[in-house]
Design a protein around this ligand. Structure first.
Ligand SMILES: NC(=O)c1ccc[n+]([C@@H]2O[C@H](COP(=O)([O-])OP(=O)(O)OC[C@H]3O[C@@H](n4cnc5c(N)ncnc54)[C@H](O)[C@@H]3O)[C@@H](O)[C@H]2O)c1
Length: 361
């Protein structure tokens, strides 16, 4: 059981849900969030965490605004010498890392791959080096969990068996290629330097606090405004969907019960759905007409189908998804209806003003 977990990318969609999940699940755990606050990082997704667990709460959460490519910062953060801003205390050294910081949007990766290589590949290497140096200077029990994606496996035909951990990597988008590059580095640091690393590869997540450029929140927020809903190609691309809370539970299981010898755990929701059916599900939940659907030219290199065989993960960790997709989708639609201020401030970019959770300005 770790004492202090460093969560990189903790102001993003999965990261903010994960920080909340960790602090709720492990009452003695301390969590340090590192995030560069790119367009995808949103401190307003951590407002409740800051109130309950920041200095005015039980003091178990720290927020550090910084870039995973910043070797000096990472060395101080992992080594436990980073000064807490505005105090003479240091941020506690982690004995576990959950690495989520990444450029994550596939469409953006075709427009500008270099940011993806920089953050996802180079950033992962810088973080691994910081952990390696810290463990060499101060050997201690440690776990490094790298959070990756099913997209590294490429695409499946309709009748292909689902991906398993050992399926060969065949990434098709620059995003997927950059994640596969990071996966290979993580593996290599385990092999070459004996770092205690594990990699998870998860299918599509959905749930609260997802940036409204991704399919489900995009469709919800546009449908609420009666705007056309762009659907790529014929809409028959199949994705496997997992509620973000179930993903958080899986990451906690991997962190606390994962076996280093297993190297890779695949995570999924056993809920294969065509994109068009997901869009229809949102419209049904909102009582909006399907005439809002507008088919647009397909994304280049668009993978046709992802699916995951999670039996080995379930057997090894005792973890399994708990939410039916249709129930989780309705709950997610209701969350966006109830949190209009959150996504309106994302749309207007007002959320970008905040750079610090605990200091004014
Ligand atoms: N969303 C999914 O369906 C899904 C599925 C499988 C795996 N993943 C993986 O999970 C992780 C999180 O995904 P997400 O959907 O929450 O992404 P997201 O885009 O919502 O969040 C990414 C976070 O990383 C931060 N970040 C980006 N570059 C950074 C840098 N250089 N230094 C520090 N922080 C930086 C951003 O500010 C943001 O807060 C990613 O690694 C992604 O590849 C996501």
């Amino acid at each position: 059981m770790p004492n202090t977990v460093l969560v990189t990318g903790g102001a993003g969609f999965i990261g903010s849900n994960l920080v909340r999940y960790l602090l709720r699940t492990a009452p003695a755990l301390r969590v340090v969030t590192l995030d560069a606050l790119t367009y995808a990082g949103n401190l307003e997704s951590l407002t409740d965490v800051a109130a309950a667990h920041g200095p005015a709460g039980d003091g178990r959460h720290w927020f550090v605004c910084g870039d995973v490519r910043d070797a000096g910062l990472l060395s101080a953060l992992v080594g436990g010498t980073l000064r807490e801003a505005g105090t003479d205390r240091t941020v506690p050294a982690p004995d576990a890392v959950l690495h989520l910081a990444a450029e994550s949007h596939v469409d953006r990766s075709s427009l500008g791959p270099s940011a993806f290589v920089e953050t996802n590949v180079v950033g992962t290497q810088v973080l691994l080096d910081a952990v390696r140096a810290s463990l060499a200077a101060e050997p201690r029990p440690f776990r490094f969990v790298h959070v990756s994606t099913d997209e590294v496996y490429g695409t499946l035909a309709p009748d292909d068996p689902p991906f398993r951990a050992g399926t060969p990597l065949a990434p098709n988008s620059p995003y997927a290629a950059s994640k596969a590059g990071a996966d290979c580095l993580v593996r290599a640091y385990g092999e070459t330097f004996g770092l205690p690393v594990l990699t998870t590869r998860c299918t599509n997540n959905y749930g609260p606090f997802q940036f409204p450029e991704k399919l489900i929140p995009l469709v919800i927020t546009r449908a609420l405004a009666d705007l056309p809903l762009p659907v790529y190609g014929d809409g028959r691309q199949v994705r496997d969907w997992l509620h973000v809370e179930d993903h958080c539970a899986a990451l906690w299981a991997v962190l606390t019960r994962g076996r280093l010898a297993d190297r890779v755990y695949v995570i999924g929701g056993e809920a294969e759905r065509a994109n068009l059916d997901v869009v229809r599900g949102v419209l049904a939940a909102l009582g909006k007409p399907e005439s809002l659907i507008t088919f647009v030219r397909d994304r280049p290199g668009h993978d046709r189908r992802y699916a995951m065989d999670i039996s080995a993960t379930t057997e090894a960790l005792g973890w399994a998804p708990t939410r039916r997709f249709e129930d989780g989708l309705v709950a997610t639609v209701q969350w966006y209806q109830a949190h209009e201020a959150w996504w309106r401030r994302v749309q207007s970019e007002a959320y970008r003003a905040a750079r610090s959770l605990y200091l004014p300005g």
